[in-house]
Design a protein around this ligand. Structure first.
Ligand code: NDP
Length: 499
């Protein structure tokens, strides 16, 4: 019989991490907790594996990665079910998440050679006697630290791209989702049995910290801004480069000429999918005053129809401690003069939170400035799209966002201080494997996905090769005063005019 524990709280017992379902407390799996020595050992094994994997070359790595993608696709419902059991998210949400992850494995496998391979780069007149070559070489071993909210998609956004670029990976999944992390690694081992090219180390935050200090060549971290700072500080000790995908407070702008039905439908999904536990989830809406009331009526009507429960549209809050944050944000918004037009303080019924929509919330409220990570939404009225942009950009985060409108929507999208924006949709950029994904400000830096996501896991290596004698010898002690004055004349001729 499956053991039942306190819902959602991972237990460490005798060196074993026990993962549990946040709604029922049913056990989802048991995994040995890695010691710091285990982490170092995994990284050492990964180093040998990395050399073998890099030597396989693009064509063979692509073949292996596409076989892995095929296994993930064949087992999509098993993986989604596992994610449901560990996070409590609806199976349908987990299917959508896994489908998006599979697309990224496919794209990374198929495009690594095009983006990273050795190529000739044009020389300039100044050094025309040299040929220039560029390639993107793998780092070696990449540590990937992941969160629990999208335990398939988020780690794979780094893992698939790092592997395609020729690196070995040691993955530390969240303590809330070790079974999903283990399953990704086990599936990969079926198509790459020779060496431990992708490994997993389990445990709490200290295991992630050990990974940062374990001689990996790069750390790709996805999680909260507070932990991102600790990861960066740990990596600074050894100048280990970092990619930081941190939190968000994404806004949607609804302009006067928006299709309000489409905007309301997208908004409800963007705000409440995965119970609002989405880094790029819509947490704020700025609706232009001419459409604000009609928009609010539509979102309230649609959100009121969502079901909450183990097999509802909105599942449990995965991390019990987040319930306090959500409650605090709702209370603070109401204390400062905001109004709940749906839900409110009573909406927090552990382990669930029912949809809550707040209006007229002052811009300095926690619910406007800090990541809430629950099924709550602030909809504030603005004069016009310009004021919406100013308010949307006034927070420290800058991850994604959305604009609904016609005439000015694209212009508004470009003015948002974020890494990604969807026009007339929400979250669409995350599944678009050709586009980079990442944030600015407190949302972190570096990019996964797309060409930039492949280059993130490789070092640019430049090689110049002399192909003729230099007409103007710059780089030698044997240059003569006459040659130096010819250099001066040539530089004035080439660059001395402003155009
Ligand atoms: P956390 O920051 O709490 O944890 C993230 C990972 O870091 C976990 O594996 C955690 O381990 C590990 N960790 C904890 N402490 C340390 C440490 N000192 N050194 C190294 N690793 C450590 O985030 P959550 O798991 O709660 O994830 C939710 C957050 O992730 C939200 O803020 C969300 O916005 C963000 N996120 C960002 C995304 C993006 O792409 N920008 C995508 C998805 C989520 P353990 O769990 O065992 O403590």
């Amino acid at each position: 019989m499956t053991a039942v524990h306190t819902p959602g709280v991972p237990v460490v017992n005798d060196g074993v991490l026990i993962s549990t379902n946040p709604a029922t407390g049913a056990e989802a799996g048991r995994f040995p907790v890695a010691t710091a020595a285990d982490v170092v050992e995994a990284v050492a094994a990964a180093r040998t594996a990395a050399r073998w994997w890099a030597d396989l070359g693009y064509a063979e790595r692509r073949r292996r990665l596409l076989r892995w993608r095929a296994l993930l696709a064949q087992r999509i419902t098993d993986l989604a079910d596992l994610a449901h059991r560990e996070t409590g998210k609806p199976v349908a949400d987990a299917v959508v998440e896994t489908a998006s992850a599979i697309e990224h494995v496919d794209w990374a496998a198929r495009n690594a050679r095009r983006v990273l391979r050795l190529r000739r780069v044009r020389s300039r007149l100044a050094l025309a006697e040299f040929a220039a070559h560029l390639e993107y070489q793998p780092y070696g071993v990449v540590g990937v630290i992941g969160p629990w909210n999208y335990p398939v998609l988020t780690p794979l956004g780094s893992i698939a791209y790092a592997l395609a670029a020729g690196n070995a990976v040691v993955h530390k999944p969240s303590e809330y989702t070790p079974a999903v992390g283990q399953s990704l690694v086990d599936t990969f081992a079926e198509v790459v049995p020779e060496y431990p090219v992708l490994q997993v180390v389990h445990g709490l935050g200290d295991v992630g910290a050990a990974l940062c200090r374990s001689d990996v060549d790069k750390v790709a971290f996805t999680g909260s801004t507070a932990t991102a700072k600790k990861v960066m500080a740990a990596c600074a000790e050894s100048l280990t480069p970092v990619l930081l995908e941190a939190g968000g407070k994404d806004a949607m702008i609804v302009d006067a000429d928006a299709d309000l039905d489409a905007a309301a439908e997208a908004c409800i999904w963007g705000a409440f999918t995965n119970a609002g536990q989405t880094c790029i989830g819509i947490e704020r809406v700025y609706a232009v005053e001419t459409v604000h009331d009609a928009f609010v009526a539509k979102v309230v009507e649609k959100a009121g129809r969502l079901t909450v429960g183990e097999s509802g549209d909105i599942g449990p809050i995965t991390m019990p401690s987040q319930l306090d944050v959500i409650r605090r944000h709702i209370d603070d918004a109401l204390d400062r003069g905001g109004r709940a037009v749906l839900g409110g303080p009573d909406a927090v019924r552990p382990p669930y939170v029912h949809p809550t929509i707040l209006v007229e919330v002052p811009e300095d409220a926690l619910a406007v400035r800090e990541e809430t990570f629950g099924p709550t939404l602030v909809v504030n009225r603005v004069r016009d799209a310009d004021e919406a942009v100013t308010r949307a950009n006034a927070v420290s985060y800058g991850l994604g966002g959305s604009v609904f409108g016609r005439r000015r929507a694209i212009d508004v999208a470009h003015r948002l201080r974020t890494g990604m924006t969807s026009v007339n949709s929400v979250l669409a950029f995350v599944g678009m494997s050709t586009l980079p994904f990442g944030g600015v400000g407190d949302s972190g830096f570096g990019r996964i996905h797309g060409d930039d996501g492949l280059r993130e896991f490789a070092r640019a290596k430049a090689v110049t090769r002399r192909r003729a004698r230099s007409p103007l010898p710059l780089m030698t002690f044997e240059r003569t005063p006459a040659q130096v004055s010819r250099i001066v004349k040539t530089i004035k001729l080439m660059y001395g005019r402003p155009r």
